[in-house]
Design a protein around this ligand. Structure first.
Ligand SMILES: [Zn+2]
Length: 443
């Protein structure tokens, strides 16, 4: 495509930068599959107490800058799909390196803007009883296809798009309430609209709905160093919510001191019956022990965001470096390729917690003459958050900060050019694998 035409198309598409971070398009059979830029997704989610079934009708406007067969993702197969008003077939597609799978639309589209309508059943994260329903879109970045695509049709982590949930609970006797990092608007009895910031990606959303009164709730406000009053919600079924509230304030102050003003409009903490935790934008499900780690992820992971699996190591390495008490390491001891695996990889490499944290400790040593890595990370969080990043972006910014090349260090520590440590299967205790039963218990 001509340079002029390409820049013209980029100018037409909002957030076109999203398409610069996609995995490469690929050919499968006689089709060229392309990654797309979601602009807006409207999710009409209907919970039905009588049938105990949940259907999602999604209307997604997306843009492409080349001709091809569009890809998106939905773990639960669509039952009906329309593209630009015409019925289309969809099917699972595996990437060329067998890392992951997507849903491919069986229709070639020209470059431009298109509208996809998809019906999918919501089969995960829902629990009905006679009077109401509980639903939670709980996620993981350590297992494949466990972000928003586990619940509704979504795009990959590189893509920021406007998400609106229109939620209805049909036949409910009880009122329902939401714990979320979006803006909830009550439309009518048991009908709501939740709007999320357009900077969000598929791993950002926190969504938990339950019959009113199912959880104990503490509401608070934390004063940010920039003067904002941040709305805080701590909820759960246990009796120790105040311990979470107290620790959250301590961690909030610590993180603001180190990394600048809280990056989100609110803080939601589900003091869940869980080992470890999981992070969202300004939200977490966590036990008390992991609370600090998960809140740190509101700066690194759900503030400064990874664009794919090859960049996921950064946030776990930084959060682990904090957990370890910010040690400095004068020599680089590990060789890994955790940032240089398949471009289709979507999950974080487990080596991030140990070898990754030691690499960060070494980068701190190398940055000490310029104020240390924490100063760099503060600038990074405050100026590069909500812009999905590659490891190369992080490297480039750190090299500018230090005024010197760090290519050799990155080659050894994360790109694996000088021999690799074996990937580990050992998970961090901060993010243990949860069974479906454990996830359902959180509802
Ligand atoms: Zn973590």
């Amino acid at each position: 495509m001509g340079k002029f035409l390409l820049s013209f198309l980029f100018a037409l598409i909002s957030n076109a930068g999203d398409l610069q971070k996609t995995p490469p398009a690929f050919v499968n059979g006689d089709k060229k599959f392309i990654f797309v830029d979601f602009e807006k997704a409207e999710y009409n989610i209907a919970f039905d107490i009588t049938t105990q079934k949940t259907m999602v009708h999604s209307v997604i406007r997306f843009a492409t800058i080349e001709n091809g067969f569009p890809l998106f993702d939905s773990v639960h197969a669509p039952t009906k799909s329309f593209l630009d008003g015409e019925v289309v077939q969809t099917a699972g597609v595996i990437d060329p390196t067998n890392q992951t799978a997507y849903i491919g639309i069986n229709k070639m589209v020209p470059a431009g803007t298109h509208v996809l309508e998809v019906d999918t059943p919501l089969l995960t994260g829902v629990k009905y009883d006679a009077t109401g329903v509980r639903s939670g879109f709980f996620m993981s970045d350590l297992d494949d296809r466990q972000f928003l695509e586990l619940y509704v049709p979504a795009n990959l982590e590189y893509d920021q798009f406007q998400m609106v949930f229109n939620v209805t609970v049909k036949g409910a006797v009880t009122e329902h309430e939401f714990f979320t990092n979006g803006m909830v608007k009550n439309i009518s009895n048991n009908q709501w609209q939740i709007t999320y910031p357009s900077r969000y990606v598929s791993s950002s959303i926190y969504f938990h709905m339950a019959p009113k009164g199912a959880f104990r709730v503490i509401s608070d406000r934390f004063k940010s160093v920039d003067g904002r009053s941040i709305s805080v919600t701590v909820y759960g079924i246990g009796s120790d919510l105040q311990n979470f509230q107290f620790k959250a304030k301590k961690v909030f102050d610590e993180l603001e001191m180190d990394y600048g003003p809280w990056l989100h409009n609110s803080l939601t903490i589900y003091a869940g019956p869980i080992d470890g935790g999981m992070e969202y934008c300004g939200a977490t499900i966590t036990n008390l022990w992991a609370l600090g780690h998960e809140m740190a992820h509101s700066y690194f992971a759900r503030g400064f965001m990874p664009a794919n699996g090859n960049s996921g190591w950064m946030d776990e390495a930084i959060a682990s470096w904090r957990d370890n008490g910010y040690p400095q390491q004068s020599s680089l001891t590990d060789h890994t390729d955790m940032a240089n695996q398949s471009p289709y990889l979507r999950i974080t490499d487990y080596r991030a917690y140990n070898a990754g944290a030691r690499f960060i400790a070494h980068l701190d040593y190398l940055s000490q003459a310029n104020g240390g890595l924490k100063l760099f990370l503060k600038n990074l969080a405050q100026t590069h958050s909500f812009d999905p990043a590659f490891t190369q972006d992080f490297q480039g910014l750190l090299e500018s900060f230090n005024g010197k090349s760090l290519q050799n260090e990155f080659n050894q520590g994360v790109y694996g050019y000088a021999g690799n440590d074996k990937p580990t299967k050992r998970r961090s205790p901060f993010h243990p694998k949860l069974t479906q039963k454990q996830l359902d218990n959180l509802l």
